[in-house]
Ligand binder design. Structure first.
Ligand SMILES: [Fe+2]
Ligand SMILES: [Fe+2]
Length: 244
């Protein structure tokens, strides 16, 4: 067995229903995609999308912002369908309740500002996931990744667009600064624990190229300047964190 594993290099691409796919690799893909939020077979994903759609249409300050929110939801439904079908092709039933552990998705939207930060910071984490998946040796995953990445880039940019409008007034700026206290730690916690045991295995198979902490640090380096452009201060990276 060890010899077979030694021969499996991350360069090798595996197609849908590939008979040569090593079992350890298949199981990691199932774990990765089965635990992934975007899956239309998971009722929890539907509830989270409904919450985002509700906030978007309820709080958007004008019609153009409503359109952007509707476009984001449309794309998230497409992402959920892609993952559902990929799980099916790996021989897994994608339906049924799968709890979403990342608490960022359970933070209530009390205002338009909350939703703007959600897009700016939480959707932005998806961008880093997309970059990882682009290098995946599973061909169906590698093929859809550039689209997922482009969509999540649109979502984070939409969030920052909303925030620029919000921060145009002193009152809006103060509220955005206050709300950042809950969204910044939630975003950083999305990357998982620095000591996660899964990381080296995922890296070995080329499903993830970087460890949790490496991606988190990259996210921080890229995102801090964007927040400062709004004239806001970034909270301490360790304040209110739950997973270190
Ligand atoms: Fe998405
Ligand atoms: Fe998104």
């Amino acid at each position: 067995m060890a010899v077979v594993e030694e021969k499996a290099t991350p360069k090798r691409m595996y197609k849908r229903n590939d008979p040569d796919m090593p079992e350890e690799f298949r199981q990691l893909l199932v774990k990765l995609l089965g635990g992934h939020l975007e899956n239309n077979g998971n009722p929890e994903y539907r509830r989270i999308l409904a919450k985002i759609a509700d906030a978007g249409l309820r709080y958007a300050p004008h019609g153009r912002a409503m359109e952007i929110e509707a476009e984001i939801i449309k794309q998230e439904v497409a992402h959920g369908q892609i993952v559902q079908e990929m799980l099916e092709s790996l021989g897994v039933d994608p339906t049924g309740e799968r709890p979403i552990k990342q608490y960022a998705f359970h933070i209530p939207f009390e205002s338009w500002i909350d939703l703007a930060w959600f897009h700016a910071l939480i959707d932005r984490v998806g961008l880093y996931v997309g970059v990882e998946w682009t290098g995946s040796p599973y061909e169906p995953l590698a093929r859809v990744s550039p689209q997922l990445e482009a969509d999540e880039e649109f979502h984070t940019k939409a969030g920052f667009l909303h925030l620029r409008e919000i921060c145009a007034t002193a009152e809006g700026k103060a509220k955005a600064q206050e709300a950042l206290k809950k969204w910044w730690p939630a975003a950083l916690d999305m990357f998982g624990r620095s000591t996660s045991r899964n990381s080296p295995l995922y890296v070995k198979w080329g499903i993830k190229m970087h460890g949790n902490e490496e991606l988190r640090q990259r996210y921080i380096a890229d995102t801090v300047p964007e927040i400062r452009k709004l004239g806001l201060e970034v909270p301490d990276n360790l304040a209110n964190r739950r997973f270190l």
